[in-house]
Design a protein around this ligand. Sequence first.
Ligand SMILES: C[S@@+](CC[C@H](N)C(=O)[O-])C[C@H]1O[C@@H](n2cnc3c(N)ncnc32)[C@H](O)[C@@H]1O
Length: 325
Amino acid sequence: MGYKQTRMTEKNTNDSDASFNHGQPAFEYHIPVLFNETIDALQIVPNGIYVDCTFGGGGHSRGILQKLNEAGRLVVFDQDADAAKNLPDDSRVVFVPQNFRYLQRFLRLHKITQVDGVLADLGVSSHQFDEGERGFSIRFDGPLDMRMDQRQQLNAAEIIAGYTELQLHKLFEQYGEVTNAKTLAKHIVQQRKFMPVQTIIQFKSLISPVVKGNPNKYLAQVFQALRIEVNDEMGALKEMLLQLNEIVKPGGRAAIITFHSLEDRLVKNFFKNGDFEEEDDNPFAITQKETQWKPVTKKPVTASEEELKRNTRSRSAKLRTAEKV
Ligand SMILES: C[S@@+](CC[C@H](N)C(=O)[O-])C[C@H]1O[C@@H](n2cnc3c(N)ncnc32)[C@H](O)[C@@H]1O
């Protein structure tokens, strides 16, 4: 699987049990961010039922399992089939290889109606970024793919080939905050009929005349926007959050780690107001919104200096935790 050699020797000081995953360190696949902060925030009940919506390399799941006793259970979701290779040999764990937007449906299938806590560590794993053929990274060539779930039809190449100029403009603007989103969309629509756009290199070459500012930063924003659209990340997050109202027991906790402001805003508004709308800044507004959640901290928890030095991916991580009332 072509992991980078340097990753194999990286030391994650949060990892107290490197023998998880049949002797292979999970951080070869992905280093969990805000590990201690997340496990502490969940206030794990030893015989409770927990859900890790984003299993990935299983780093956070390992932390949860260490706090559970023999009666505890952990249901883990991941829509990427690659994550299955990180599953521990542990009878307390149930793996659901599906999108977490179907959380309640699959919990019911496993005869679970309510749980003590839910974790979601959103976005893509380092493994997904590091595999050129998955098409997520600007560092490699490969198919312009970006699907977390390979069973899905829509990929990034199809979006570039088929979306209208307005659709492209809006997605680059909203999901990537690309400064010249309108120009970029117009350029793609004008040029795509002359050039095939099936690979990362072809796509980078197609858009090179309109790249603005620092090329790496610009491309990262464009790629982020495409990735969010391909995987309908905002739609899946909203659907999952709404299901937490029924799934999490009173007194139970939900901990969500986000990596960009759009996601963080959704989580913040959901915990605070019970929906996804911005709070009305009108001081005379008297309507009190109903929420079933009590945020554990006012501000999101971010990475410590030590973690920032050790794991650059933690730079944009924000953890929000709330307790079900
Ligand atoms: C940031 S990684 C999680 C890493 C994990 N916490 C760990 O410690 O290794 C995110 C993972 O969630 C998965 N994922 C993202 N969105 C998902 C969704 N809507 N449904 C299911 N899995 C999803 C990705 O495939 C990826 O493996």
